[in-house]
Design a binder for this molecule. Structure first.
Ligand code: BJW
Length: 204
């Protein structure tokens, strides 16, 4: 796909939606989940982002979230976040860092919650306001993301490994619905390279 052809198609599209993952925030300095830099004190995120880990050692899990909140507070959205915000696209994000909102995006569907929110366990114990492995996504959030994907002519899939369900169902669903699906990733994508460079190049 050439940039010129992609721009033509974007100009004709009625609705463009972006689905983002951890690679979207990588150039802002937020570690991805499945990269080596995702490790914290030798724990893999998969071992900490679960209800079982929290039940076993809430203090450890809270420390990890505190560390991440601090890290994210020191990060800024990059040119890719800003390019999406300037276009006013609806964003469905797997990220919990709030960087799309800080870049000015107004329609952001947070599939996996938010690092800066707290909810309660069924027992009334405070816990991070995010969706862990084995937990259901909030039904209204999932419905909103289905509605957005099914109304899109073009779905931009940015910086995600696409291995975590149900988010991983969204791109195939868009394809079945005859939308164009363009991937932005470091390699093997429609647009190869860091999205902080490829998105502004395409959208500005
Ligand atoms: C760049 C870049 C740059 C780098 N520019 N690109 C077997 C089959 C199917 C499903 C399951 C299964 N076993 C279990 C499940 C269910 C499970 C699941 O999908 N597991 C898979 C791992 C197999 N899913 C769930 O449990 C979900 N709930 C659910 O399904 O409920 C029903 C159910 C109930 C009970 C039992 C079974 C099912 C909930 C999933 C919640 C995920 N939560 C997390 C943590 C959130 C909180 C927190 O942050 O602490 O969400 S896990 C983590 O992964 C986080 C992310 O949002 C998510 C996705 O990761 P993402 O964003 O794709 O990041 P990476 O790191 O994987 O990829 C980064 C990409 O960017 C890479 O491709 C890089 O190349 C690229 N990149 N720099 C562009 N500059």
């Amino acid at each position: 796909m050439t940039i010129e052809r992609a721009r033509e198609l974007l100009a004709k599209a009625r609705r463009v939606v972006a689905l983002t993952g951890a690679g979207m925030s990588a150039e802002s300095g937020v570690p991805t989940f499945r990269g080596l830099e995702g490790l914290w004190r030798n724990y893999r995120p998969e071992d900490l982002a679960t209800p079982e880990a929290f039940a076993r050692d809430p203090q450890l899990v809270w420390e990890w979230y505190e560390w991440r909140r601090k890290l994210v507070r020191a990060c800024e959205p990059h040119a890719g976040h800003r390019a999406l915000a300037e276009r006013g696209y609806t964003i469905i994000t797997q990220n919990v860092d709030g960087l799309h909102q800080r870049a000015g995006s107004e329609h952001v569907i947070e599939l996996h919650g938010n690092l800066f929110k707290t909810t309660e366990t069924p027992e009334g114990q405070p816990r991070p306001g995010v969706v862990w492995f084995g937990e259901l996504l909030p039904p209204l959030v999932w419905e909103a993301s289905l509605e957005a994907v099914l109304s899109a002519d073009i779905l931009l899939v940015i910086g995600t490994s696409g291995v975590v369900y149900p988010a991983a169902q969204l791109a195939p669903l868009a394809r079945e619905n005859s939308a164009l699906v363009w991937e932005f990733n470091l390699e093997n994508a429609t647009f190869n390279g860091p999205c902080g460079e490829t998105l502004p190049k395409l959208l500005q």
